[in-house]
Design a protein around this ligand. Sequence first.
Ligand code: BES
Ligand code: MN
Ligand code: MN
Length: 463
Amino acid sequence: MKNTLDYISANKGRYLEELLDLLKIPSVSADPAYKEYLVQTAEFVKDKLIAAGADRAEIYPTPGHPIVYGEKLIDPALPTVMVYGHYDVQPADPLDLWDSPPFEPVIKKTALHPDGAIFARGACDDKGQFYMHVKAFEAMLANNELTCNVKFMIEGEEEVGSDNLEGFCRANKEMLACDVILISDTSILSNDTPSITVGLRGLAYLEVEVTGPNRDLHSGVYGGAVANPINVLSKMIASLHDENNHITIPGFYDKVEELSEADRYAMNKAPFDKNAYKEDLEIAAVYGEKGFTTLDRTSIRPTLDVNGMWGGYIGEGAKTVLPSKAFAKISMRLVPHQNSHEITSLFAEHFKRIAPEGVKVEVKPHHGGEPVVVPSDLKEYQAAHNAMAEAFGKEPIPMRSGGSIPIVALFEEVLEVKSILLGFGLDSDSIHSPNEHYGLFNYYKGIETIPLFYKHYAQLKSQ
Ligand code: BES
Ligand code: MN
Ligand code: MN
């Protein structure tokens, strides 16, 4: 692959410029005001696939944001890799916490990125990461070193639950047929500790609404005599964890996969510096379920977290009011064998049961997704392992991640294809937060590693 690697090195400047252009388009999928920008981003991706050498690339409109599909089929006898990624990004708010505008990328050095990192919304999640595949593809093709057929499916709704991608997959099974799905939308342990993600948590996300009296009331005249929905909601939420930080919903842990001591031990051998972790977050102590390490808590254990909570008066100054309603958005991260629908029902039943008589409770499910485990005995995994080992000069460590990519379980169900999670971000890259960034080292290392995956995969498949 020497030619491909030389080509990448010779084209570094342009590869970076193109990514910066992509990052300038504010493709925020959650906010309808940005709809046109998603179309514009999809066009950008399509054009770049064609420019990189795809036989065809097209935009498939959906009731939401469009899906970009492209392909280069060189030989039916060779394996087919399908790259999945997302061009949509999370909202950039709160804007005032950014050191530079989220859609005007700048490059700055940081402690973990001494070679510089690109600061922009989507830099790591996932524009910088999926675009590595477009550039690696260009490099392999330009040098006649492409060893597999390639398909690209880049969607615009990942950050809002991929609502239209399942239907697209069901309707286009033949077009999307492939041997493996390759995804760069996860992290490595650090820039000198390569790792491969072998698990993702599932997700059950819902919103609760607690209603007390039929209208806001004077908090002096009525206060003390009527259930205050914010007081009640706080109490209900507080009761969802016990003193050991176990979740109290009956049945919640019934199906949770218990790892053997040996597996847990192996997992916790991954380098993890608790002090650096605390320092980075400026916290005096970590926190969580008793009997588990931080690595356990963010990978093999399920969680329940309030993501937002509101109600009553939150404007300037003080207003004495006993609110009629209180709301919260709650996410539960799930681990193997838990099912998002089952857990949502368990939550809803329990939450209604613990509500005092003086309030009404509504539970509205949002999106969800199932957990994923990638078996390490697959040729696909072996190819990723070999590629990482060759690119970093070190054996990669298999790691389960705490994040979720709900569509991965659906790929397995609908397309019956396994996904390989070959991400290059760092957990500290501030995805979904202000000042999101992606290391230049990570961007280029990813572009160099991807062709090695193709090479090793074709080799392993031909054996
Ligand atoms: N790329 C992330 C998921 C991720 C991040 C996995 C880091 C592993 C390490 C993805 O874009 C994401 O943010 N997923 C959402 C779920 C989605 C339904 C909004 C998540 O995990 O909150
Ligand atoms: Mn992502
Ligand atoms: Mn994301």
